[in-house]
Write a protein that binds this ligand. Structure first.
Ligand code: CA
Length: 235
């Protein structure tokens, strides 16, 4: 199966809490075009009511709302046991506000300053949701009797012995393992390892994979090449 980003996102629901109707609609339309389901809220109280019914996959949160400060909304969500994990992207009008958010470390997952490009916002939404999905539920993952991954310690054990991976190799492994059987393109892998090197080539991924496979010994064959597309992890 070829992974399709839009298909992956199409089951995802994004709530937009923004009192400027034009902006809320602009965001909503663009997210829908990218395959998301959306719901707009012009007031915080209505958003909190809706939250009791259904928790979305992400919240786009404006800072200045008529009935509540966006920072306060963020704080309430983070403090709550039920909603603390809800990914939040904050919309801010001014750079000073951005400073304020970062300074307060309220736990927003990302920030976008107005005026923003809808395309960039959609890209940020996808990136945050993808990141959430990749976080493994458990710290330790036993692939088979001879292969164990400790996501917390960034360690793997092969035949009971610790194998040394580079950070990039570990990240690639984590990505592939996060969705067993899912094919990741070289570009998706490059995106995830977040290489700042603009001159980086697809070939780089192949080299990392080759090294990773060697270090995994017998379990290296679990990383499979899908011709013309990329790589997957399959047991
Ligand atoms: Ca506003």
């Amino acid at each position: 199966m070829i992974p399709n980003t839009d298909k992956e996102m199409s089951t995802k629901k994004v709530y937009i809490l923004e009192d400027e109707k034009d902006i809320a609609e602009l965001v909503s339309i663009n997210l829908q075009k990218a395959g998301f389901k959306t719901k707009e809220f012009l007031r915080a109280d209505r958003f909190f009511n809706a939250l009791k019914e259904e928790i979305p996959d992400l919240l786009i949160l404006d800072l200045m709302l008529p009935d509540m400060d966006g920072l306060e909304v963020c704080k309430l969500l983070r403090k709550s046991e039920k909603y603390s994990q809800l990914p939040i992207i904050m919309l801010t009008a001014k750079a000073e506000e951005l400073d304020k958010i970062i300074g307060l470390e309220l736990g927003a997952d990302d920030y976008v300053t107005k005026p923003f490009s809808p395309r960039e916002l959609v890209a940020r939404v996808k990136a945050v949701i993808r990141r959430e999905n990749i976080e493994p539920q458990t710290q330790k993952f036993r692939v088979n009797d001879n292969f164990e991954i400790d996501f917390q310690k960034y360690e793997i054990r092969i035949n009971g012995e610790k194998a040394e991976l580079t950070t990039t190799e570990f990240k690639i492994l984590k990505l592939l393992v996060s969705k067993k059987g899912w094919v990741f393109s070289r570009n998706q892998i490059l995106d995830y390892i977040d290489s700042n090197d603009k001159g980086i080539l697809d070939r780089t991924v192949d080299v990392h994979i080759k090294n990773l496979r060697e270090k995994l010994k017998d379990s290296g064959k679990l990383i499979k090449n899908v011709r013309g597309i990329g790589y997957k992890f399959d047991v």
